[in-house]
Write a protein that binds this ligand. Structure first.
Ligand SMILES: [Zn+2]
Length: 211
């Protein structure tokens, strides 16, 4: 059991698909999210980051968050900039893995050889992406699933505790640390209406992280 990030789902034996344990998948995503959320400036960069923020095993199921690089919301107009951004995201994530304040924020210290394997594998897959590989329907497909209350339509809010861009699921790190979904720490109180509208149930804002 584990997760795979492939280039385009056409996986062959011993190709460059990135296979990871469930635990390493979470570690990779945590660092990519922290990094991408610090770096993203443009709409498409933020979308790429939020796409990764939806890969939450504690919501979607353990071992079910694999995807293909070509599934990401690439668009021809911003392709070169977005690929550069994702490579920069990966390099900056590598730097973050050495920072004690990030270890404290996440509550764990990644094993260097493991996280480097994952970051290197992810970067290699991104580097392989060309404009010719863009599947034009992918951004629309992804956006079709985004309901009007999706954070991408509300100014790309970030978790105040972890600084990561919120996805439709909220903050991956808050969810993982609290073991609860949906999670509504007071830090993202301002997001509550996005999930519950005016009918917020009693106690919906009490899922405080126990960290
Ligand atoms: Zn958070």
């Amino acid at each position: 059991m584990g997760n795979m990030i492939s280039f385009n789902h056409r996986v062959t034996k011993d190709d460059d698909s990135l296979t990871m344990s469930n635990g390493l998948t979470d570690i990779l995503l945590d660092y990519l999210l922290l990094s991408g959320s610090q770096l993203a400036q443009t709409e498409s960069e933020k979308r790429m980051t939020v796409f990764l923020g939806e890969k939450v095993q504690s919501c979607c199921g353990i071992g079910t968050v694999g995807f293909a690089i070509t599934d990401m919301p690439w668009q021809p107009e911003t392709f070169a900039a977005d690929r550069s951004f994702l490579l920069h995201m990966t390099a900056h994530a590598s730097a973050l893995t050495l920072q004690p304040e990030i270890h404290a924020l996440l509550g764990y210290v990644p094993r260097k050889e493991h996280i480097n394997y994952a970051l290197d594998g992810f970067a290699a897959l991104i580097a392989r992406m060309t404009a010719a590989d863009i599947q034009p329907e992918k951004p629309a497909e992804w956006l079709t699933r985004a309901t009007p209350d999706h954070p991408i339509y509300h100014g790309y809010p970030k978790c105040r505790r972890h600084g990561i861009l919120l996805s439709s699921l909220g903050c991956k790190i808050c969810i993982d640390q609290s073991g609860k979904y949906p999670v509504m720490p007071e830090d993202i109180e301002h997001m509550k209406h996005l999930w519950y509208g005016d009918a917020a149930p009693q106690g919906a804002d009490t899922n405080e992280s126990t960290q």
